[in-house]
Ligand binder design. Structure first.
Ligand code: DHB
Length: 390
């Protein structure tokens, strides 16, 4: 027996994009269902990035029970370090904005709790096989429930917010695929028990490669260093990891402590050629991925769904198609700006394996162009803290 559910908006994926979308739709009186293949525990414990743009924070802070202001911490600047010196990018002074350090999985715990408390139909362990009927007025999601029994969701609109390995994307892009860029490096990330090594995040370009000294809390720190994409996260001893990190932030003595998590993050830039087909749209990582430098991933996902929620309100409450017809183009403008920023931060700060002396010296010239100019620092500050959403 196939269970069939009828709803207005079927959202595949209970990550930031899917959960924020269901929240915004509910605020407009539009019913939705959210399904995710993962368990609630997996979603709430998977370590992702930790920087939220000001607009993302304003939206999250308005959700009941959000801990973004109590557990998260405001950062008014970052440091760019290269050629033996540090240079502060003062967000407050340059653009009057800030970012918050609040780990994505903590934001997800808040969102899941708030959606369940509001009576949201939110189901974990649901595996989506396909989406059909994009060109009709009642697209359908074909899935299986946690027991393996078939489940069909019939909706007025289907949204794929199901990450970079999206099951929904094929219904939108067909064989078109999208635009890709691979990078010849990755990040080796660690979580360790130690106090912060500096007040603000340090993005360091060193002759040995990039390092990022980030934070999580007064007692837990997150750090990354550029590595080979094929690196085995377990091949290095703790002493070798600290040695690598210390060398890449000359001028700072890192506070060391036990490393309790390590991972290698692959880099990829991707934008799907199509973001919508008829009554099916893709958002967040299902639609685009950015390299992690600058932490745009979650923020961009939230921006996609803020625009999409407005378009769906017009479509589903007033029968007005203009918003949804213009949604993909509107979303794409921010997506490509964020793609550019993430690519630019990445290429400016990392050392490619085949870099010549010319490439290295040009890169230092680029970094100096940014930090020596008010306009350069202001561009970085504006993009990092997030372009206003309206
Ligand atoms: C973090 C990740 C990023 O990609 C970044 O630019 C800043 C911080 C983090 O995980 O803390």
């Amino acid at each position: 027996m196939t269970e069939t559910i009828r709803t207005r908006v079927a959202i595949v994926g209970a990550g930031p994009a899917g959960l924020v979308l269901s929240h915004l739709l509910a605020a407009s009186g539009i019913e939705s269902i959210v399904v995710d293949q993962r368990s609630r525990e997996e979603i709430e414990t998977t370590i992702r990035a930790g920087i939220l743009e000001q607009g993302t924070v304003e939206l999250l802070a308005a959700i009941d029970g959000s801990r973004v202001h109590t557990v998260g911490s405001r950062h008014d600047g970052i440091e760019l370090r290269f050629d033996g010196a540090g240079h502060r990018i003062d967000f407050a002074d340059l653009v009057g904005r800030a970012v918050w350090l609040y780990p994505q999985h903590e934001a997800l715990k808040d969102l899941i709790a708030a959606r369940l408390a509001a009576g949201q139909d939110l189901r974990f362990g649901v595996t989506v096989a396909s989406v059909e009927g994009a060109d009709t007025s009642s697209p359908r999601v074909r899935a299986t429930d946690p027991t393996g029994a078939p489940l069909e969701i019939e909706a007025d609109f289907v949204v794929g917010a199901d990450g970079s390995r999206s099951s929904v994307r094929a219904a939108v892009t067909g064989a078109h695929g999208g635009y890709f860029r691979e990078y010849p490096f990755a990040w080796f990330g660690i979580l360790c028990e130690a106090p912060p090594s500096a007040e603000e995040l340090i993005y360091s370009n060193s002759p040995d490669g990039f390092a990022l000294i980030s934070q999580r809390s007064p007692t837990v720190q997150r750090m990354y260093f550029q590595c080979d994409p094929e690196a085995d996260p377990h091949a290095l001893s703790e002493a070798e990891i600290w040695d690598t990190l210390q060398k890449r932030v000359p001028g700072t003595t890192l506070a060391e402590g036990p490393i309790f998590q390590r991972d290698v993050l692959r880099f990829r830039s991707f934008v799907a050629r199509d973001l919508r087909r008829g009554r099916v749209a893709i958002v967040g990582d299902a639609a685009h991925t950015v390299p992690p430098t600058g932490a745009k991933g979650m923020n961009l996902a939230v921006a996609d769904v803020i625009l999409l929620a407005r378009a769906l309100e017009a479509l589903l409450l007033r029968g007005d198609e203009a918003g949804i017809d213009g949604w993909a183009d509107a979303a794409r403008q921010r997506i490509w700006k964020a793609q550019h920023f993430s690519w630019w931060m990445t290429s400016m700060l990392h050392v490619t394996p085949d870099a010549t002396d010319f490439d290295r010296l040009r890169q230092l010239g680029e970094l100096r162009t940014v930090v020596d100019s008010d306009a350069g620092r202001a561009y970085l500050a504006e993009a990092y803290t997030g372009w206003p959403l309206d």
